[in-house]
Design a protein around this ligand. Structure first.
Ligand code: FUL
Length: 492
């Protein structure tokens, strides 16, 4: 009995002695969980999934394809639209083989012509002689996308140079019905593209768009659709039509006081985002594989080369944006051989150059003044797992390479679900004595940051986060040796 009491006393004493440690641990844990809370604003699930799409195809197709115009006047005879061999499965086959993950089509461009037999317009495929008025491009393409496992999106131009109601309040109702019709017949729609253009209609008047109503409608009928316009709500225009995101690229944007189109923020702001922006609105980089958005036979030999496309990939996806690459079908309704050849070359370059991650089998250490630890999370090829980098100005990620190797590309990723944080970082390539042989500096990282630099042969690599809005987090670090001369990097 006495013994039992003694043991109890002894245990309690022991426990008492540990209490300060326990408190300490709890405090530390609390501090860590606090630090590891998401830093708002953060993406919605749909936005996060959208950012994982990286690269997809834009299709500009309509009367302009046949009339050699970029902006139709809206008075083109319906019969002008007459593809001789339309095959949306061919588009999908090529998109899939190029490694694209979806297709967005101009269901209606500024000329108002509808690529589906709409109840709300008399300027549609139904009024054309194509397939004796029974053709429906949206039906064919939405089906083909499903068959090939591609996401399906639509561009529905609010500007309509044909519709008799355009320029009157009634047109806003027509536009809402048009969207409802498309979503009901051809959904699910993954991305909806709102062009900012707002010109005059057939009666010489401009429309006052009721974007509040448009947005409310979409949120109601399809809450997960990603809606694009120059200022969102879900994704923003990158500020140019060259497919180039800012080297500094925040997924954040302030939209208060701005409107779509002429009232949008300066293009430079759209290009870079706002560091302290209140909304999560990432940039989509749109560009055409040819000089024009629509097909023109005289541009058959002006298709961007695989190397140029790869350069654009580095400047869009490699800067944390998505790449929306326009590939306009020709008058047959097929993707021209020159375009598909360029796309296949583009895929090959990406595959070959990103096949072997030089850091995959290296051990990555997280180092600060006091301690160092090995992390497996930064090269586990899982962008969702991440680690925090102790942030005291001198902390870094250190990779001692098993053997010296040539490298000219580093890829970094932040776990964006936790909010975008890093605003300045540097990568040091070190020799066997840990002396710097090359320094590469960057600002934002975001979902993906691909840095290319002059080829070096380091023994170790050190990455330092120089400035961050909160505790810096990294999810992936990879390294590559990109083929010399690619992407205009002459000295790679
Ligand atoms: C612009 C349009 O005016 C062009 O014709 C094209 O559709 C491009 C993607 O967006 O604002």
């Amino acid at each position: 009995m006495l013994k039992g009491w003694f043991i109890l006393q002894h245990n309690s004493m022991l426990m008492l002695r540990f209490i300060p440690y326990l408190i300490c641990l709890l405090v530390l844990k609390e501090a860590r969980t606090q630090e590891l809370k998401p830093l708002r604003p953060i993406p919605t699930r749909a936005q996060e999934q959208w950012q994982d799409m990286e690269f997809y195809i834009f299709v500009h197709f309509g009367p302009n394809t046949f009339t050699d115009r970029e902006w139709g006047h809206g008075d083109e005879p319906e019969d002008s639209f007459n593809p001789s061999q339309l095959d949306c499965r061919q588009w999908c086959r090529i998109a899939k083989a190029a490694g694209a993950r979806g297709i967005i089509i101009t269901a209606k461009h500024h000329d108002g012509f509808c690529l589906w037999p709409s109840k709300y317009s008399k300027h549609t495929v139904k009024q054309s002689k194509w397939q004796m008025g029974k053709g429906d491009v949206l039906r064919d393409l939405s089906r083909a996308c499903k068959e090939y496992g591609l996401k399906f999106g639509v561009y529905i131009s609010p500007w309509d140079r044909n519709h008799p109601y355009y320029g009157t309040p009634a047109y806003n109702g027509v536009y809402v019905n048009t969207m409802k019709e498309i979503f009901a017949r051809y959904g699910p729609i993954w991305e909806l593209w709102w062009d900012g253009a707002n010109g005059e209609g057939p009666n010489g008047k401009k429309q006052v768009y009721d974007f509040k109503l448009f947005e409310k409608t979409i949120r109601k009928i399809s809450p997960n659709t990603i809606v694009f316009s120059d200022i969102g709500p879900d994704i923003r225009w990158v500020g140019n039509e060259k497919g180039i995101a800012g080297e500094t690229n925040w997924n954040l944007l302030d939209t208060a006081g701005f409107t779509r189109g002429a009232g949008a923020p300066p293009t430079d702001t759209l290009n870079k985002g706002n560091m302290y922006g209140r909304n999560w609105i990432p940039a989509e980089s749109d560009v055409s594989i040819r000089p024009g958005w629509f097909y023109h036979p005289e541009e058959d030999n002006k298709v961007k080369s695989p190397e140029q496309l790869f350069d654009l990939y580095l400047k869009s996806v490699g800067r944390g944006s998505n790449l929306l690459l326009n590939v306009p079908p020709d008058r047959r309704g097929l993707i021209h051989g020159n375009d598909s050849a360029a796309l296949m070359g583009f895929r090959k370059i990406r595959e070959e150059n990103f096949k072997y991650d030089l850091l995959k089998n290296e051990s990555i250490q997280i180092v600060d003044r006091q301690n160092q630890r090995i992390t497996f999370r930064l090269n586990d090829n899982n962008a969702k797992s991440f680690d925090s980098i102790p942030f005291n100005g001198s902390s870094s990620v250190y990779i001692k390479l098993k053997s010296k190797r040539k490298i000219n590309c580093i890829q970094l990723q932040e776990p964006i679900a936790m909010g975008q944080r890093v605003s300045a970082f540097s990568v040091l390539l070190l020799n066997e004595r840990d002396e710097p042989i090359q320094e590469i500096r960057g600002t934002t990282i975001g979902r993906k940051r691909i840095l290319t630099f002059t080829t070096a042969e380091p023994s170790a690599i050190s990455i330092t986060i120089d400035r961050s809005k909160g505790l810096p987090l990294l999810s992936e670090v990879a390294g590559y040796l990109i083929t010399k001369g690619l992407a205009g990097q002459k000295n790679l």
